[in-house]
Write a protein that binds this ligand. Structure first.
Ligand SMILES: C[S@@+](CC[C@H](N)C(=O)[O-])C[C@H]1O[C@@H](n2cnc3c(N)ncnc32)[C@H](O)[C@@H]1O
Ligand code: SF4
Length: 488
C-alpha cells in the first residue's frame, strides 16, 4: 500500500511555507521520513494541558486542602485577574468517539438539579476568592452546555455576574453542539455576555457521522453559525476530529472544503484519542472501520496543506487560526499560554474549575473535582468543596512546567531566560532531559543551540514527544494501565 497519497500531494505538503519540511538527500525524502518518524514516535503520552499531568494528582489532597490552598493564594494573589471554567456534563445522545466527561440523559430535570449544586459551589468559591479580583476569562464546557434551556443559561449567567466581577473586556466562551440548539439559546448566551463560540462538528461526512452515532446536517451547522454571526459573537471555532471510523482522505477533504468555506476564526483538528479501556463507549466503534495509521497520516498531511493554503496558521497541537486571530498574534509575541482548554491568550491568571470533574490551577496548586454526580452532590450537601484529587507543585515542577509550556506555545525556548528566572544552569539541570531529547535532535524535530532550543516546522507534530523529555513524572506514573492517548 502506498503510504502518503500521490507524489504531488506529498510535494505540496513539503512545499508549504508554514510547514516546510527541510529537503534531505534521497529520492523520496518527505514521504518516507515523515511516516517513519510518525511510527517511531507514536506512543502514549500526555497532552500537557497541565504540568504535571492530571494522573499525578493525589487523593490525599481533598476539600480541606483545597480550601486552605485557595485561602493562601487569595491572600496575596500574584495576578489581578481570574479565569473560571464551568463544566456542564450532560448530553442528549452519546457520540461513540467521545472522550469527554459526560452523562447521557433525556431527563432534563437533571439540569435544574445540577445547577442548584453548581450555585452552591459558586457561593463557596466566591466566599474565599479575594473580592478585588476580576474575571478575565470564563469558559463554559462539557458535555454540552447548550443542553441547558435558554432560561437556564440566563439564570446561570446572571448568577455568575452576581457572584464575580467580570471585566468589560473578558473573554466568555462556550462549547456548542449545533444539533438542537435554537436562536433563543444563542441570544441568551449573548445577553449574559458570551462572545466566543466553539462548535462541535467533527466531520460532515454522513457515513462517518452514522458510524459514531452523531447525525448533524451541514444545514443545521450553517444555520447556527449564521445566527451566531448575526448575534455578534466575535470569534467562531470549529472542532474536527481525524482518525474517526470510515474516514478517508477524500471524505475528510470534502469536510475541510466546507469548513474553509465557513471560514471560522479558529479550527481545531483533534487526533482521535482512542482509549476504549478508559472510555467504554468507544468499544461501540467497529475496530475494522478505523483508518490505518497511514491513512491518518495522509489525512493529517492533507489537513495541514489545505488549511495553510487557505490562509490559516498552524499554531501547533491540533490548532489552526487566521493570521489576524489573537492566538496567532500571541504566538508571534510569545504571549501564548496553554491551559486545560488548549491554547489561550489570557493566562497567567489563576483558574478555578467549577462543576463535576472540573480542574483548577491556582498559585502552585492543582485540584480536580469528583467525577460522579452522586459524589458531587454529596460533597456540596456537606457544605464542602467537591475536590477529589490535587497537587502542590515543587520548585522542580515549576521549572519544568515553564520549559514545557514555552516550547509548546512559542516553539522556542531561551535557555538564558530559564537560567535567570530560576537561578539554574540549564545544561546541568536538564542533562538527563537533553539525553532523552537526543533522538529528536538527531531527527531534526528540535534544534539545540548554545542559547536556545527551537522546534523545527516538522517538530510541531511531535510537541508531546518533545515535552515528554522534560517530564520528570513520565516514568513514575502510579497508574498500571496506559492512561494517555497516542502522541501523534
Ligand atoms: C465537549 S465537546 C464539544 C461540545 C459538544 N459536546 C459537541 O460535541 O458538539 C469537546 C470536543 O472534544 C473533542 N473530542 C471529544 N472526544 C474526543 C476524542 N476521543 N478524541 C479527540 N477529540 C475529542 C470533539 O472535537 C468535541 O467537539
Ligand atoms: S462529543 Fe459532545 S455531544 Fe458527543 S457525547 Fe461527547 S460531549 Fe456529548
Amino acid at each position: 500500500m502506498r503510504v502518503v497519497g500521490n507524489r504531488s500531494g506529498v510535494r505540496r505538503f513539503a512545499a508549504m511555507s508554514i510547514y516546510r519540511i527541510p529537503e534531505r538527500k534521497g529520492t523520496d525524502p518527505v514521504n518516507t521520513d515523515l511516516i517513519n518518524l510518525i511510527k517511531k514516535y507514536d506512543h502514549p503520552g500526555p497532552r500537557y494541558t497541565s504540568y504535571p499531568p492530571a494522573p499525578v494528582f493525589s487523593p490525599e489532597f481533598g476539600p480541606q486542602a483545597f480550601r486552605e490552598a485557595v485561602t493562601e493564594v487569595e491572600r496575596t494573589p500574584s495576578h489581578a485577574d481570574l479565569s473560571l471554567y464551568l463544566h456542564i456534563p450532560f448530553c442528549d445522545t452519546l457520540c461513540y468517539f467521545c472522550g469527554c466527561t459526560t452523562i447521557i440523559t433525556q431527563n432534563t430535570e437533571h439540569l435544574n438539579r445540577y445547577l442548584g449544586y453548581l450555585y452552591r459551589e459558586i457561593d463557596l468559591l466566591a466566599g474565599v476568592v479575594n473580592d478585588q479580583r476580576r474575571v478575565l476569562q470564563l469558559h463554559l464546557g462539557g458535555g454540552t452546555p447548550t443542553y441547558l434551556a435558554p432560561s437556564q443559561i440566563t439564570e446561570l449567567g446572571n448568577y455568575l455576574h452576581k457572584s464575580f466581577a467580570v471585566r468589560g473586556d473578558a473573554e466568555l466562551s462556550v462549547e456548542v453542539d449545533p444539533r438542537d440548539i435554537t436562536h433563543a439559546h444563542l441570544k441568551a448566551l449573548r445577553d449574559v455576555r458570551f462572545n466566543r463560540i466553539s462548535l462541535g462538528v467533527q466531520d460532515f461526512d454522513l457515513n462517518v457521522q452514522r458510524a459514531v452515532n452523531r447525525n448533524q446536517s451541514e444545514l443545521v451547522t450553517r444555520q447556527v453559525i449564521d445566527w451566531s454571526r448575526e448575534l455578534g459573537f466575535s470569534s467562531l471555532n470549529i472542532d474536527l476530529i481525524y482518525g474517526l471510523p470510515l474516514q478517508t482522505v477524500d471524505s475528510f477533504t470534502r469536510t475541510l472544503e466546507k469548513v474553509i468555506d465557513i471560514s471560522p476564526e479558529r479550527i481545531a483538528v483533534y487526533n482521535f484519542a482512542y482509549v476504549p479501556w478508559i472510555k467504554k463507549q468507544q468499544k461501540l466503534i467497529h475496530g475494522e472501520d478505523l483508518p490505518s495509521a497511514e491513512t491518518k497520516l495522509q489525512i493529517l498531511s492533507k489537513t495541514i496543506d489545505m488549511l495553510t493554503r487557505a490562509g490559516y496558521i498552524y499554531i501547533g497541537m491540533d490548532h489552526f487560526a487566521r493570521p489576524d486571530d489573537e492566538l496567532t498574534v500571541a504566538q508571534k509575541t510569545k504571549t501564548l499560554h496553554r491551559n486545560f482548554q488548549g491554547y489561550s491568550t489570557r493566562a497567567g491568571s489563576d483558574l478555578y474549575g467549577l462543576g463535576m470533574s472540573a480542574i483548577s490551577h491556582f498559585g502552585t496548586y492543582y485540584a480536580q473535582n469528583v467525577k460522579t454526580l452522586q459524589e458531587y452532590y454529596h460533597a456540596l450537601e456537606q457544605g464542602d468543596f467537591a475536590t477529589h484529587v490535587g497537587y502542590k507543585m515543587t520548585f522542580d515542577d515549576e521549572i519544568r512546567k515553564f520549559v514545557i509550556m514555552r516550547l509548546m506555545c512559542d516553539l522556542t525556548l531561551s535557555k538564558r531566560t530559564v537560567e535567570e528566572k530560576y537561578s539554574i544552569t540549564f545544561d546541568d539541570y536538564f542533562r538527563e532531559s537533553m539525553i532523552k531529547l537526543t533522538p529528536l535532535l538527531d531527527d531534526r524535530l528540535i534544534i539545540s543551540e548554545d542559547e536556545a532550543l527551537a522546534v523545527t516546522p516538522e517538530g510541531r507534530l511531535f510537541l508531546r514527544n518533545i515535552a515528554l523529555c522534560f517530564d520528570a513524572h513520565a516514568s513514575t506514573s502510579p497508574r498500571p494501565t496506559p492512561v494517555y492517548s497516542r502522541t501523534v
